[in-house]
Design a protein around this ligand. Structure first.
Ligand SMILES: C[C@H](O)[C@H](O)[C@H]1CNC2=NC(N)=NC(=O)C2=N1
Length: 97
């Protein structure tokens, strides 16, 4: 059963909690550009988050070049942003600290 998408109020609260994640113009995804000190740290972040994503059965759309990782989160099954996206974004923020 697909998760319900967040209401506007829920989304606003989540975005203020998450900090520097950007809402897509269509309101269906959130994105963040992470920058690490080098490639190994960027890829280490992706490795850790891949394991978290697999455990959650919720996977990011991401792009990596050298020390940068650009992440977009959306819940495909629901056609928008759900609590799973907020949960994964929170985990990513913590892992990048
Ligand atoms: C069948 C499997 O549960 C689904 O395809 C999962 C896998 N990972 C997923 N990841 C994301 N981001 N959205 C989904 O809807 C999703 N669905």
């Amino acid at each position: 059963m697909a998760k319900p998408t967040l209401s506007q109020d829920e989304l606003n609260a989540a975005l203020s909690e998450l900090g520097d994640w950007t809402l897509a113009d269509d309101g269906k995804s959130i994105s963040k550009k992470f920058k690490f000190s080098n490639f190994v740290n960027a890829f280490g972040f992706m490795t850790k988050m891949a394991i978290v994503a697999e455990k959650m059965n919720h996977h990011p759309e991401w792009f990596n070049v050298y020390n940068r990782v650009e992440v977009t989160l959306t819940t495909h099954d629901s056609g928008g942003i759900t609590e799973l996206d907020v949960k994964l974004a929170t985990r990513m923020n913590k892992a990048a600290d």
